[in-house]
Design a protein around this ligand. Structure first.
Ligand SMILES: [Fe+2]
Ligand SMILES: [Fe+2]
Length: 226
């Protein structure tokens, strides 16, 4: 059975994607998120990776995320939509960075922690993207839905690879499990803020839930989950 959260998520995206302004908003969020490699995390990881195989995987991960951004930019262009600038409060990577502070990646533990955080972010994508793909399909944009599905398949691969590398840089399973739990909590806190900020942002601009009842329900939701 679908949870209340999932039902709200579905309704939100269905309403948002019903109009071109809402589609531009979500596609912009996707482009900026895929390009959101704050502080060149991948370059830093590639430098810290202590074998060439690993450095290669890191470069491939970086290239995947850049390709994803390009694919979403094409979706905007195909629909005749422009990329929007979005405030930092809507961007998960910026919010996580705000909470954790920018720390250089120096030790093996730093690499492990970075992968624990990346794992949490990738997992969130895998969980949320199918809802977005379904909403695009429903809105009649099957081409964009196909792109989102294709990206989701890559993110599933990234989840496995983040787990494998993170574990490799941990001293043992217990240390890795602790890092995974710690950074899942860090990500979840930031994600909840970003989600409420996202709903408030789109409500304020009339991009979602245009009816009076819908707006009331939306603002109540923001108040309840803030
Ligand atoms: Fe991606
Ligand atoms: Fe990814």
């Amino acid at each position: 059975m679908m949870s209340l959260d999932e039902r709200i998520g579905r309704r939100y995206f269905r309403s948002l994607l019903a109009r071109p302004e809402g589609r531009a908003h979500i596609l912009s969020l996707l482009v900026i998120s895929e390009e959101g490699d704050e502080g060149g995390v991948f370059d830093e990881l590639a430098r810290r990776a202590d074998d060439e195989d690993l450095a290669k995987v890191v470069r491939r991960h970086k290239a995947d995320e850049e390709r994803h951004a390009g694919l979403f930019r094409e979706c905007l262009a195909r629909n005749g939509l422009a990329l929007e600038e979005l405030p930092d409060e809507l961007l998960i990577v910026k919010q996580v960075a705000k909470d954790t502070g920018a720390k250089p990646i120096e030790t093996r533990t730093d690499v492990m922690n970075t992968y624990a955080l990346l794992l949490a972010i990738e997992k969130r994508g895998v969980e949320r993207f199918p809802v977005i793909a379904a909403a695009f399909r429903e809105a009649g944009d099957a081409a964009t839905a196909d792109v989102v599905d294709q990206v989701t398949a890559d993110e599933c691969r990234h989840v496995k690879y983040c787990a494998a590398i993170g574990r490799r840089y941990a001293n043992d399973d217990a240390e890795w499990s602790r890092a995974v739990a710690t950074y899942a909590a860090v990500e979840a806190r930031a994600f909840n803020r970003v989600r409420v900020a996202g709903i408030a942002y789109t409500l304020k601009r009339g991009l979602v839930w245009q009816s009076l009842l819908g707006r009331f329900a939306g603002w109540s939701l923001c108040a309840a989950t803030a």
